[in-house]
Design a protein around this ligand. Structure first.
Ligand code: GCO
Length: 255
């Protein structure tokens, strides 16, 4: 099997929300596989710091600080890429937030903020990247789902609905773009050791529940998403479309 299948040399990858957590780990993995990285986040200083760290590690990287929920900023960012001749070959729609509160206590504004950040943004950024990929006849979109793309958990309703939507958005992208050489797929991380989950990790009852409920009997590490991310970003997945791959220690497979 030729290594070039997984080689991302000459490809440009934009990972939204890639200054830390899962986004950072996937960005580092795509860079190690040869891709030029466009690091994104809302905090320009944090983005520049990450770019310096990638460059110091010998990776090709640049920053694009924009808020994925700000449509005008997203459109401007892609126009800037066009003006600079930067073709985004790989898009990882990773940016997201969590909000844990029972639905009966949730305001509509809170609901909308989670849906906008975790779902609508994947459509808006996906549309701008997809438009250019379709025109070029090739491209890769990787949307970040969740266990909650399949299963609900109390207190995280808008996140669950958004991640369920991510699964179907991925299939919708495949339905419309596959014929134009674009592969849209998703990754469903399980319970990963990230800042977003720190409150759960630090909660002994929740920690014990995750370790008991997960067939692998442990939390996942962000870098354990890299293999699937590189596969879905590379030629190795050229006939894979509209799929979601769970990296969850078996949690969605076993009762
Ligand atoms: C939660 C967690 C989860 C994880 C992840 C699991 O509150 O249950 O935040 O949603 O972050 O999405 O797949």
């Amino acid at each position: 099997m030729s290594q070039t299948l997984f080689d991302l040399s000459g490809r440009v990858a934009l990972v939204t929300g890639s200054t830390r957590g899962l986004g950072r780990a996937m960005a580092e993995g795509l860079a190690a596989a040869g891709a030029r990285l466009v690091i994104n986040g809302t905090d320009a200083a944090r983005v520049e710091a990450a770019v310096r760290e990638f460059t110091a590690a010998g990776h090709a990287a640049e920053g694009a600080a924009f808020d994925v929920t700000d449509e005008a900023a997203v459109v401007r960012a892609f126009e800037t890429f066009d003006a600079r001749g930067l073709a985004v070959d790989i898009l990882v729609n990773n940016a997201g937030i969590q909000l844990r509160k029972p639905m009966l206590e949730l305001s509509t504004a809170e609901w909308r903020k989670v849906i906008d950040t975790n779902l609508t943004s994947a459509f808006v950024v996906g549309r701008e990247a997809g438009r250019r990929m379709v025109a070029r006849g090739r491209g890769k979109v990787i949307n970040i789902g969740s266990l909650t793309s399949e299963l609900a958990r109390a207190t995280v309703a808008p996140y669950t609905v958004a991640k369920g939507g991510i699964k179907m958005l991925t299939q919708a992208m495949a339905a419309e773009w596959a014929a134009h050489g674009v592969q849209a797929n998703a990754i469903g991380p399980g319970y990963m050791l990230t800042d977003m989950n720190q409150a759960l990790i630090d909660n002994p009852a929740f920690d014990a529940w995750v370790k008991a409920r997960t067939p692998a009997k442990r939390w996942g590490k962000p870098e354990e998403l890299v293999g699937v991310a590189v596969f879905l970003a590379s030629s190795a997945s050229d006939y894979v479309n509209g799929q979601i791959i769970y990296v969850d220690g078996g949690m969605t497979a076993v009762l």
